[in-house]
Structures are given as C-alpha cells and as structure tokens.
Design a protein around this ligand. Structure first.
Ligand SMILES: [Zn+2]
Length: 183
C-alpha cells in the first residue's frame, strides 16, 4: 500500500458542524485527511475547511524546510484529533526562549502524538490560535524528538529558531487566507 493511499477522504460526503443538530460540542471530520477530526463547541469558528487548509499549508511548508522522507509526519497529520476548547488551563511550561514559567495560562497542548488541545480564547481565526505551534511539536515528534517542550531552550533538543520562524511564517500565510475567506 502506498503512503498516499492513506488519504481517502471525500470532501462531498463529510458533514460540517451543524448548529441545527443540537448539542455541542460536535465531532467533525476534516476534509482531505483520512482520520483527522476536530471537536468544536461552536459551529461559527474554526470550520473544518479552515483547519484543513491550515494542516495542508503547515505540511507543505514543513516539508520544504525540514523534509518528511519517511512520511511519518504525513501519517500523523492523517490520524489526529484536535479539540477546540473554551476551558482555561494553567500549568507549568516554557517560553519560546526556554525559560520555565509556573502556573501559566496554557493556549495549547499536545496531549499525545495524536491529540492536540487548543484553547480558543475568543479567537476567530485559526492563525491566531496555538494550532500551528502545536503542529511544530508534532513535526518534531515525527522526527523522533520528544516534542521539545522547552522550545529554543537547552533542556530538550529539537526546536530551533528556524522552527519559531516557520511558525510565524505559516501563521502569516494563514492570516492572509483566512481574512479573505467567507465560509
Ligand atoms: Zn510549545
């Protein structure tokens, strides 16, 4: 089986979030990916199409910068659950520079290699959230790093200034796309 045959989604048959269905949150499949889903608590934000575009732009730019010869990252992006949550979490973590911070507000987390939690924080666009940041952690995991929680800091290897720059570059591309989309 070729690695590309993992991508089997048919966009026509994937149902969007439906506010008339009643009951939130809803589990919505992301088009263009095999087994990638999101949990949303409001159908107005973070549509499946925006998230599909974000994942695809992320993958294209990651491959251009860091490669994915073994297709590990492609497989991980095709088998992912993204939870958009209005709940606030605080815990200890690290800044981009690697400084430890205690009891900090968490904007996103990679709960496991297949599960990303994102605090929506009243944001409207995917590019304003920490999704791309968490995808960089997933990219590092795909290359056998341990996700690198201290980012550019010295404790864990993986995340470099190039990763931070890539994150800003992808979010800037998404900003342009999202602000011209009506959906
Ligand atoms: Zn992080």
């Amino acid at each position: 089986m070729s690695n590309l045959s993992i991508i089997t989604s048919d966009i026509q048959r994937i149902r969007p979030c439906d506010p008339l269905l009643g009951g939130m949150p809803q589990l919505v499949q992301i088009p263009g990916l095999s087994r990638t889903w999101q949990i949303v608590s409001n159908c107005r934000y973070f549509s499946r199409n925006r998230v599909s575009i974000a994942l695809n732009v992320f993958y294209l730019r990651w491959v251009a910068e860091f490669g994915d010869d073994d297709r590990n990252l492609l497989l991980m992006l095709n088998d992912l659950l993204i939870e958009w949550s209005t709940k606030e979490k605080t815990m200890s973590g690290y800044t981009y520079g690697g400084d430890k911070v205690e009891n900090a507000r968490v904007l996103g987390l990679v709960l496991s290699p297949g599960i990303i939690w994102i605090n929506t924080d009243n944001k409207l666009n995917v590019c304003e959230t920490s999704l791309v940041h968490e995808l960089i952690h997933i990219g590092l995991i795909s290359q056998s790093y341990r996700g690198d929680p201290d980012h550019e800091g010295p404790i864990y290897p993986g995340w470099s200034a190039k990763h931070t720059a890539l994150m800003y570059s992808i979010n800037s591309i998404l900003y342009d796309i999202e602000n011209n989309l009506i959906m």
